[in-house]
Design a protein around this ligand. Structure first.
Ligand code: 13P
Ligand code: SF4
Length: 385
C-alpha cells in the first residue's frame, strides 16, 4: 500500500486537490486507486461500460480542445456555441461537460429543470474568463456613467463567468461566441452608440475592425487603472471599449510565425482563431471559431496546406483526420490549453461511476440571482444566431 501511494504521487492526474473536497468528506469517489492506478485500456473499457449502462440518462459533451482520450467518449463535439445549444436541446438527465467552467455554467443556465450539469474537474477554468471580475466590471460601468451619456451596450464573450453574463443581461447586452461576434456587435449598434466588449480584447478588436470600425475608434480598458487608463475625451471618441483580457494560448501566436510559414512553406494557407492578436489576424488568410476552422479546412481541396493558429489538440486531430492535407501548427512550440487538459479520462470515469452509484459529483450550479439575467443575455444571442 505505501508503494501505491508513492506511485499515486508520481502519476499526478488526477491530483488529490482536483477532487471536490465536500464529496470526499462524504466518502464519495475518494478511493484513488480505483482511478489513478489503472492501465489506459481498462480505464477506457470502464468508461465505455459506464456510458452504456447510463444510456440516455447521460450526454457527454466535448469541446474541440479536449484530449483524444476524452473526446472519443463525447456524444456531441463542438465550439462553445454549438455545445451550449446541444446542452439546451439534450434530454438526458446528466450533462457531463468535458470543457471548461464557463461552458458548464452556460449549460447550467440553459438546461431544462430536470437536468444537472457536471464538470469532471472543477479546476478546469479559463484564464481569460478570470481576467474580468464582476467587481471590476461594475466599477468600469460606474466610471463610464460618470463620463456622461455614452449610451453603451455591454457585449460579453461566452468565455466569461456567469456573474458577468448576468451583468450583461441586466444592462441590455448580449453574449457572443467566436462564431457570431460580428452579428451580435451589429445588433448592439442598433441599440446603442458604443459597445463595451468583455473580456477578450483581441476578439473585440478583430471583430470591430472587420466591421469597418477604425482602430482609432477603439480604446482598451485596463481594470487596474482609473478610467481604464483613458482620458474622458478618448472614451467619448471611442465606439468600442475593449476590456484588457486575453487568452494565454492564442496570445502566443505572433506575426513572425505567419512570416515564417510564408517563407518556409510557399502556398500554405494560414487560418487563426479570432482570439489571436490583431497583427496575426491581419496577416492570416482566414479567421474562424474552432468549428469554423474545422469546416474551412475540411472543405478545402485535398492538396491544400494549412498552418493553424489555435489549440494543439484540435490541430493534431485535424491533421490526423485529413491526412491528405498538409496541416501544421502556426506555432512550432506546443500550445496546449492547460485548463482543458485538466479533464482526464480518470475524472470522466470518476463522475460516471459515481452516477452509476447514485452520486452526483462536481455539479455546476449558477446561483439563482445570476441565472435569470445570464439567461436573458444568452437568449438574446440565441435569437440572433
Ligand atoms: P470556440 O467558441 O471557438 O470553440 O472557442 C472557445 C475557446 O475557448 C477558444 O479559446
Ligand atoms: Fe480559455 Fe484560452 Fe483555454 Fe479557450 S483556449 S478555454 S480562452 S484559456
Amino acid at each position: 500500500m505505501p508503494q501505491l501511494i508513492e506511485l499515486g504521487r508520481i502519476l499526478a492526474p488526477p491530483q488529490p486537490e482536483t477532487v471536490h473536497v465536500p464529496e470526499m468528506e462524504k466518502g464519495v469517489g475518494c478511493d484513488f486507486s480505483r482511478y489513478l492506478l489503472v492501465p489506459d485500456t481498462s480505464l477506457h473499457e470502464r468508461i465505455g461500460a459506464a456510458v452504456e449502462r447510463l444510456g440516455t440518462d447521460v450526454v457527454i459533451l466535448g469541446h474541440h480542445y479536449q484530449r483524444d482520450e476524452v473526446i472519443k467518449f463525447a456524444r456531441f463535439t463542438g465550439d462553445s456555441l454549438k455545445l451550449s445549444q446541444q446542452a439546451a436541446a439534450a434530454d438526458a438527465k446528466y450533462i457531463v461537460f468535458c470543457g471548461v467552467h464557463f461552458m458548464a455554467e452556460s449549460a447550467d443556465v440553459l438546461r431544462q429543470a430536470h437536468q444537472v450539469v457536471i464538470l469532471p474537474d472543477l479546476n478546469a477554468g479559463c484564464s481569460m474568463a478570470d481576467m474580468a471580475d464582476i467587481g471590476q466590471v461594475e466599477t468600469c460601468w460606474a466610471e463610464l456613467e460618470s463620463v456622461g451619456r455614452l449610451n453603451v451596450v455591454p457585449i460579453t464573450y461566452m468565455n466569461s463567468t456567469a456573474a458577468i453574463k448576468a451583468f450583461t443581461g441586466e444592462h441590455g447586452g448580449s453574449i457572443v461566441t467566436s462564431s457570431n461576434a460580428a452579428r451580435v456587435m451589429s445588433w448592439a449598434f442598433t441599440r446603442g452608440e458604443r459597445v463595451l466588449f468583455l473580456p477578450d480584447e483581441h476578439l473585440g478588436r478583430n471583430t470591430a475592425y472587420r466591421m469597418g470600425i477604425p482602430l482609432d475608434e477603439m480604446v482598451v480598458w485596463n481594470p487596474y487603472q482609473e478610467l481604464g487608463g483613458n482620458t474622458e475625451e478618448a472614451i467619448r471618441r471611442a465606439k468600442v471599449i475593449l476590456w484588457k483580457g486575453y487568452c494565454s494560448v492564442h496570445q502566443r501566436f505572433l506575426p513572425e510565425h505567419v512570416d515564417r510559414v510564408r517563407a518556409e512553406h510557399p502556398g500554405m494557407q494560414v487560418i487563426v482563431h479570432p482570439e489571436c492578436r490583431f497583427e496575426v489576424a491581419q496577416k492570416a488568410d482566414a479567421i474562424g471559431s474552432t468549428e469554423g476552422i474545422i469546416a474551412t479546412v475540411t472543405k478545402s481541396p485535398e492538396d491544400t496546406a494549412w498552418a493553424i493558429g489555435t489549440e494543439i489538440h484540435l490541430v493534431n486531430r485535424l491533421a490526423k483526420k485529413l491526412s491528405r492535407h498538409a496541416i501544421i501548427s502556426l506555432d512550432p512550440h506546443v500550445c496546449v490549453c492547460s485548463t482543458m487538459f485538466r479533464i482526464t479520462p480518470q475524472h470522466l470515469l470518476w463522475v460516471l461511476e459515481n452516477l452509476l452509484e447514485g452520486n452526483v459529483v462536481n455539479p455546476i450550479r449558477v446561483p439563482e440571482d445570476q441565472r435569470q439575467w445570464a439567461r436573458v443575455a444568452l437568449d438574446r444571442m440565441m435569437q440572433l444566431v
